[in-house]
Design a protein around this ligand. Sequence first.
Ligand SMILES: C[S@@+](CC[C@H](N)C(=O)[O-])C[C@H]1O[C@@H](n2cnc3c(N)ncnc32)[C@H](O)[C@@H]1O
Length: 202
Amino acid sequence: HWCVQDRSAQTIAPLLDPKPGERVLDACAAPGGKSTHLAELMGDQGQVLALDRGEARLRRVARNSERLGLGCIETRHGDAVELASEAPELLGQFDALLIDAPCSGLGTLARHADARWRIDPAAIEGLVTLQRQLLEGLLPLLKPAGRLVYATCTVHPEENGELLEAFLKDHPQLRLEQSFQLWPGQLDGGGDGFFAARIVRT
Ligand SMILES: C[S@@+](CC[C@H](N)C(=O)[O-])C[C@H]1O[C@@H](n2cnc3c(N)ncnc32)[C@H](O)[C@@H]1O
């Protein structure tokens, strides 16, 4: 009947503020913590298109959605960077877009202690490139007045504020409405480190 989500992660779907009947794209969706949260905030009315490039991970989105009795989540396997060119019928179709980006995960070291040995400066560079490609590739799928939330579970400035600053500079039609960096343990003494930004198209 319910889904466990880290308390910082719980702030992300409400930031996108999805409404019943809207069409929402969750571009990096698996295993579905935020897709299911979005669908619940929408009263299961409308559509959440849950995309992920990990096929096995995507099956967990479908399983979680079914277990929670949600009917408005549709899963799609694919690379979000390529979605606009592979499915041109989706261009300009979404009221809201969530990019819960692949990241260094440095805000989750309390739960994934080994990440500190897996991440080095070269890994950050590769991730920033992918994160920028996701933002650029997915932007054309938004409706003219659509809104976008970019989120990561890291505290690394290059993957968060610095990346967005460069992205916004190249897209003057976008406006940053709100952004925040949660540090590990910041919410009532718990929670992962999370970054989120809400952007609107003017
Ligand atoms: C932070 S996790 C998403 C967590 C998920 N939003 C949740 O709340 O349960 C990032 C996801 O991005 C996916 N991913 C990475 N690169 C991708 C790409 N180019 N296109 C689509 N999905 C991608 C990964 O497979 C992974 O499942």
